[in-house]
Design a protein around this ligand. Structure first.
Ligand SMILES: [Zn+2]
Ligand SMILES: [Zn+2]
Length: 346
């Protein structure tokens, strides 16, 4: 009996114990689940934070490269132009040499990121003319990687040649006049001395001496008198005078583009720009104003076209008299028309 009771008692205890442990299990389970969820969440959050950080890094570096390609490109263009001006020796392939130099400076720029575990790669695909002759187009491909995250972008960017705080010089006159005595820099103008008349004389151009001590603009600046007919819109030619005093450049399909100027080409097939080369002001107009007062027309592509047919004469326009000197230029009728100036009738 006792053993039976004991046995049944034990059985009850066993039942109770089983019931108890199930209850406590059910009680513990939510805590356990919550703990699991919590652990998961913190791990997940750390992961999330890490990937947000990584993508911020990657996008930040991408943005940095995006803003620095045009900046570095502009420095390269300026340096190349100064190099040509100093030596007088033109670049043989300006597009390639600017591309190569931007590439090597971008490689150095990208390598700064390597220590942060970021892999950057910047491929300058090409440098070429933009539709706007006052801009240069750069195409590039940038890749930024960190861990699993990869970002790639193809960029087409324009570099302006006419940023006022970062002016770029026109290299063409220095190439053309190198072997004729050389052009020099005086303030913000190019001073030719005898070099331009020597250059024109060497090509058998009439009245080449008209360009003794001539000057032209040094920096490429875009003319604000647009439409160009505005140059002749005032009776006293004040707009023309302002344009010439400031040394502005104009869009021109005949004028050489900037990239070809670096190659020493006075004319080229691209849509380009033109500026005016001015004779030295004269004290004595009667000597100049006789019937022989024609000389090579003032646009620089007319003066520097040594390919055979592009140099032609123009008649004198006097645009200012300061009391002691007459200021004038020689201009053909088709350019007079473009700039809204009185036609000579030739
Ligand atoms: Zn102008
Ligand atoms: Zn060109």
């Amino acid at each position: 009996m006792i053993s039976n009771e004991k046995m049944s008692g034990k059985k009850i205890m066993n039942d109770k114990g089983y019931v108890m442990s199930l209850t406590s299990f059910l009680l513990i389970l939510p805590v356990f689940l919550m703990l699991l969820v919590f652990i998961n969440m913190t791990v997940g959050q750390a992961d999330l934070q890490q990937s947000v950080l990584t993508s911020e890094d990657v996008l930040g570096v991408t943005k940095d490269l995006e803003t620095n390609i045009p900046r570095i490109g502009r420095e390269v263009i300026k340096d190349k132009s100064e190099e040509v001006i100093k030596s007088g020796i033109p670049l043989s392939d300006s597009r390639k040499s600017i591309r190569d130099e931007i590439q090597s400076r971008m490689d150095i720029w990208c390598s700064r990121y390597n220590y942060e575990g970021i892999r950057t790669d910047c491929d300058i695909l090409y440098v070429d003319n933009s539709q706007d002759p006052f801009q240069i187009e750069v195409k590039s491909k940038i890749k930024v990687e960190k861990g699993e995250l990869k970002h790639q972008e193809n960029l087409t960017q324009n570099i302006s040649l006419i940023n006022d705080s970062f002016p770029i010089m026109d290299p063409l006159p220095f190439v053309k006049c190198r072997e004729h005595g050389g052009a020099t820099i005086r303030g913000n103008r190019i001073f030719y001395g005898y070099s331009l008349s020597n250059y024109l004389e060497s090509r058998g151009i009439n009245n080449s001496e008209a360009y003794e001590n001539a000057t032209s603009p040094l920096y490429i600046r875009k003319c604000p008198y647009d439409p160009y007919e505005l140059h002749g819109s005032s009776q006293d030619l004040m707009n023309l005078k302002n344009c010439l005093d400031n040394g502005f450049y104009h869009e021109s399909s005949d004028g050489s583009c900037f990239l070809c100027r670096l190659e020493g080409k006075g004319v080229c097939p691209h849509y380009g720009m033109e500026t005016f080369i001015l004779p030295a002001p004269s004290e004595n107009l009667s000597y100049l104003n006789n019937s022989s007062a024609t000389a090579t027309s003032a646009p620089d592509h007319v003066i520097f076209d040594d390919t055979g047919h592009g140099t032609y004469p123009g008649h004198m326009i006097v645009y200012f008299n300061n009391g002691t000197h007459y200021f004038y230029l020689y201009l053909d009728d088709s350019h007079r028309k473009k700039y809204g100036l009185p036609l000579f009738g030739d």
